[in-house]
Design a binder for this molecule. Structure first.
Ligand code: B12
Length: 438
């Protein structure tokens, strides 16, 4: 059977469909591991093609038996349009990923089947049912796949190989932050760890010299991470991963092992400079008074810190924007992601906002961390939008950008680190200039 797996085009974000062919999409195009993972768990009797709409057009006329499409919330409208077109031609369509898993009854209006949650245990069953002509509407496995059984990606099928590669070593997160879609998606706070040797084999097999860890956080279990880092040292690759501030602030052994293993930078979800706002969304592991120490400790070991910030939490008033800018400056952070709170379906914050009638619309294309889609508590919608825009514009002003990039270059400890942090800064600037129109 011929299967096409599709990653739809991205309209907002650091690299989008409109960047196709640009230096940014070639050098910093995001590695996409969802579809190669699905291909990896597809029995070899089937022929699989991966289509990334950010790099190529979809050929709706090509004969194919089954189409599978992955969906974030932000991409759902495009996913539904693609699915409708294939179904008009009589092709069966399966949807999966975060958005269809959160809203399966909505997604099934555009598909023959929905895979809810992880696919490892249900996708092979779905393929067998398809062959028998007995496709079910919903597939949801009773259990999660054991981490040692997660199969490697089909890297041979990745056509548009950007410079960056991707890998996942753990699944799940114990923190349960209320804005985050991970906890419910994995049915709780359990974390699974792939055996270190399996991860090392996959990193070795990756042609890329620089890669991203697609783990929610690589600091959840420092003992596991340290054993992985010790093995990674000999691979001589550069990488970036998500991490929690509280662990980076304390664990110097981990920092030393990380830099020796090729770590270029950590993405840290600081989220807010207000402890009360952090409490609003149950990000209780974060302590604002530790943030400066976290950034400076990581930098002392020769790695960079890219910080994630969310505006629009319930304790955020109009003063949050300047206090955040001040703090980012004071910490000496290397790059920042400026987000407006987005209540993704499947998260506790979405449920609260539905219950209290705080959603402004359900135009999923606007659930993109740049538009305001809910009623903020302590400011107007316009104040929230303008405030976030002001921070993005100021933080990525030409003068500050040049100063930071100079800092990135002088701090670089390897060839990959010489271009990764400057690249992140330039990509964010381009993103915010486009999405906030400044
Ligand atoms: C790494 C990562 C990134 C990376 C790479 C993204 C990429 N292009 O792949 C970066 C940093 C670039 C990124 C960006 C964004 N991300 Co992100 N990201 C993640 C993270 C940490 C891992 C994703 C991953 O690769 N997982 C590994 C693969 C194998 O798992 P998977 O995709 O879930 O697929 C499994 C199942 O979902 C299912 N499945 C998925 N699709 C399909 C399709 C079919 C047909 C079937 C059968 C099954 C199936 O099968 C797979 C195997 O079990 C997740 C959180 C998490 N831990 O999952 C957030 C997450 C997916 N990201 C999220 C978001 C919102 C974004 C952004 C849209 C944010 C923004 N506005 O900028 C951007 C999108 C930009 C872009 N160009 O993609 C949200 C999605 C929530 C939602 N409802 O939409 C998540 C869940 C984070 C969160 N905390 O809530 N992200």
């Amino acid at each position: 059977m011929d299967i096409s797996l599709i990653f739809p085009r991205i309209e907002h974000g650091v690299t989008t469909r409109s960047d196709r062919g640009s230096w940014g999409s070639i050098i910093f195009g995001y590695p996409q591991i969802t579809l190669p993972h699905l291909a990896g768990m597809t029995p070899r009797e089937h022929s699989v093609e991966l289509i990334n709409e950010n790099y190529e057009n979809i050929d709706f006329d090509k004969p194919v038996d089954l189409v599978g499409i992955t969906s974030y919330t932000m991409t759902a409208p495009r996913v539904y349009a693609i699915a409708d077109r294939f179904r008009e031609k009589g092709v069966k369509v399966v949807l999966g990923g975060y958005h269809p898993s959160a809203l399966p009854q909505e997604a099934i209006q555009h598909a023959d089947s929905i895979v809810i949650g992880e696919a490892e245990l249900s996708w092979p069953q779905l393929l067998m049912d398809y062959k028998k002509g007995k496709l079910k509407k919903f597939y949801k496995a009773d259990a999660l796949i054991e981490a040692e059984k997660i199969r490697p990606l089909r890297r041979d099928l990745i056509k548009h190989m950007p410079i960056l590669g991707g890998i996942q070593s753990t699944r799940g997160c114990p923190h349960g932050c209320e804005f985050c879609a991970i906890t419910n998606f994995f049915g709780g706070r359990t974390v699974r760890y792939r055996p270190v040797e399996n991860v090392i084999e996959e990193i070795k097999a990756m042609p890329n010299k620089v890669f991203l860890f697609h783990d929610p956080s690589l600091t959840i279990n420092p003992t596991y991470t340290k054993s992985l880092l010790k093995q990674m040292k000999k691979l001589h690759k550069g990488w970036v991963a998500n991490a929690n501030a509280n662990i980076l602030a304390k664990d110097e052994e981990l920092l030393k092992l990380a830099v020796d293993a090729g770590c270029i930078a950590w993405f840290v979800g600081f989220e807010s400079v207000s402890q009360k706002s952090l409490k609003d969304v149950a990000k209780n592991c974060n302590k604002v008074e530790e943030f400066k120490n976290t950034v400076q400790k990581v930098q002392k070991y020769g790695m960079g810190v890219q910080g994630g910030i969310i505006f629009g939490l319930d304790h955020d008033g109009p003063d949050i924007f300047d206090s955040t800018l001040q703090a980012l400056q004071d910490w000496g952070i290397d790059a920042a992601e400026i987000n407006i709170l987005t209540p993704y379906p499947g998260t506790p914050i979405y449920e609260q906002f539905v219950q209290h009638d705080r959603l402004l619309n359900k135009d999923w294309s606007r659930y993109n961390q740049v538009d305001v889609v809910f009623k903020p508590k302590n400011m107007t919608e316009k104040e929230l939008y303008e405030g976030a825009r002001h921070v993005a514009k100021n933080f990525y002003s030409p003068l500050k950008l040049i100063k930071r990039i100079w800092g990135n270059i002088t701090m670089a400890t390897s060839l990959p680190s010489l271009f990764v942090l400057p690249g992140i800064n330039l990509s964010y600037q381009r993103y915010y200039k486009r999405d906030y129109a400044f």
